[in-house]
Design a protein around this ligand. Structure first.
Ligand code: DOR
Ligand code: ZN
Length: 347
């Protein structure tokens, strides 16, 4: 049977970057159009490390949402070597903070203030475990001697496995997984551990970084991997296993910062994320599994109520713009100038 229309419970994006200032105002509406809620990453140039900062950041996001839409930003705090148990308690009491993010120092964009040694955050992790606040991990080691394509696998072996042993009741989300080893690990480990999967890692393998020349808009972290890994991610996403759910990791960098001698990591997918995820699920013959992945499993993991509204997509070929405004600058969306086979409609 060919589906030309699909209606699902309104989805949530469990991993999103919206930056700040004018850029934030440009990108938040793209997400709010499709998603009811989003986990907002705290890696601003000045990282979001306190409840007060998260309060004002949350207000800035809400101010960028148009009046006719209901959108809830789910805030996170950025872990540093100094994050105390008191901050964790305040985060829990605030009720606006839904998780804390571990960036190994130097792993990615704005991670300089991140964690230099996992031992330094044991007091924070202890407190998170006891108040039930999830740990979100950028799961890559930063050792320059480790091959870039192996950094996720090595992180699982050397950091994550021992961490889970030590904090068996801590909820953990391995963000933006990219390898079959991560799929295997998340599948077989405790049910306190889940993972988000981006649409770009489902759509592309590492050849996309080098097609006909270097493609800076296809550079992200963790970097795209071989086809066998992409296939494992698709299998996980369509499996119906509630440990795997949607997180775009959409990251708006100005065009000039991407098309540079040292280009930034990140792909901008928020503009048409659901349309692209739908394409992935359809290609895999699993449209019936989209709703669980996009709208149910993540909310359950985070102990959030299921959304009440719906989202409808219909089969329609349309062209993704060549660029979009990002404050005064431009951002190049994934698939710019190319076709998308599904379109969100208001119903
Ligand atoms: O590609 C990425 N971009 N990966 C990350 O981990 C961070 C993100 C960003 O903030 O730009
Ligand atoms: Zn991210």
């Amino acid at each position: 049977m060919i589906n030309d229309k699909i209606q699902i419970i309104r989805p949530d994006d469990f991993h999103l970057h919206v930056r700040s200032g004018e850029a934030l105002k440009s990108v938040v509406p793209h997400t709010a159009r499709q998603f009811a809620r989003a986990i907002i990453m705290p890696n601003l140039a000045t990282p979001v490390t306190t409840v007060d900062q998260a309060q004002s950041y949350r207000q800035a996001v809400l101010n960028a949402v148009s009046e006719d839409l209901d959108f809830e930003p789910l805030m996170t705090l950025y872990l540093t070597d100094k994050t105390s148990a008191e901050v964790i308690k305040a985060a829990k009491e605030s009720s606006i903070i839904h998780a804390l993010k571990l960036y190994p120092a130097g792993a990615t964009t704005n991670s300089e203030a991140g964690v230099t040694d996992i031992n330094n955050i044991y007091p924070a992790l202890e407190a998170m475990q006891s108040v039930s606040l999830p740990l979100l991990v950028h799961g890559e080691v930063t050792d320059p001697l480790i091959d870039v394509f192996d950094r996720e696998r090595v992180f699982i072996e050397t950091i994550l496995e021992p961490l889970i042993q030590r904090f068996p009741d801590l909820k953990i989300v391995m963000e933006h997984i990219t390898t079959k080893e991560a799929v295997e690990f998340v599948t077989t480990t405790s049910n306190k551990v889940a993972a988000t999967i981006t649409v770009h890692h489902l759509l592309m393998n590492r050849n996309a970084i080098f097609t006909g020349g270097i493609r800076p808009h296809h550079y992200c972290l963790p970097v795209l991997k071989r086809e066998e890994h992409r296939k494992a991610l698709v299998e996980a996403a369509i499996s119906g296993n509630p440990k795997f759910f949607l997180g775009t990791d959409s990251a708006p960098h100005p065009q000039s910062a991407k098309e540079s001698a040292c280009g930034c990591a990140g792909m901008y997918t928020a503009y048409n994320a659901m349309e692209l995820y739908t394409e992935v699920f359809e290609t895999a013959g699993a449209l019936h599994r989209l709703e669980g992945f996009a709208s149910i499993y993540g909310a359950k993991f985070y102990d959030l109520p299921q959304n009440k509204e719906t989202l409808t997509l219909k089969r329609e070929s349309w062209e993704i713009p060549a660029s979009l405004s990002l404050g005064q600058a431009k951002v190049i969306p994934l698939r710019a100038g190319e076709k998308c086979q599904w379109k969100m409609i208001n119903e």
